[in-house]
Design a protein. Structure first.
Length: 150
């Protein structure tokens, strides 16, 4: 179990873009179960959609990617630094099954499929209660910031 302070040590994201509130369980090298508490106070609900607030699908995928980042750092037994970053480099087979609305608790389930030479592949599912909200195959890469163009 990890609280928000421990999560902040492993993710470079900050409000309003931090999308993981708690880690329920984590097995390094294998899987993570994390949570995002969806509140009407989220900035994105001001425009998506005022008459029927729905969490954007891209942010559900981002929440899954952030959970994957936590899993990767715990697996590597390291923390992020100013010299490197885990980039989101691919999304395959993304499917959205139900809307995520204020009051929902988004359960983020991510498992490592492969890790080869700094490239990580994951299977990811976002659940609300026992219902699948979204799923995707994700790919991330650990890269040296100095080597990235800007």
């Amino acid at each position: 179990m990890m609280n928000i302070q421990q999560i902040l040590e492993l993710l470079p994201h900050r409000y309003p873009f931090l999308l993981v509130d708690r880690v329920i369980s984590l097995t390094p090298g294998e899987k993570i179960h994390a949570q995002k508490n969806v509140s009407i106070n989220e900035e994105f609900f001001n425009g998506h959609f005022p008459h029927f607030p729905v969490m954007p699908g891209v942010l559900i995928i981002e929440a899954l990617a952030q959970a994957a980042g936590i899993l990767s750092f715990k697996t590597m037994e390291t923390k992020p630094d100013d010299k490197s970053v885990i980039f989101f480099v691919g999304i395959d087979n993304a499917r959205f099954k139900r809307p995520v609305v204020p009051g929902d608790v988004l359960s983020l389930h991510v498992s490592i499929e492969r890790h080869i030479r700094g490239i990580w592949k994951y299977k990811a599912q976002a659940m609300v209660d026992d219902n699948l909200a979204a799923e995707a195959d994700l790919m991330c890469a650990l890269r040296d910031v100095a080597q990235q163009g800007g």
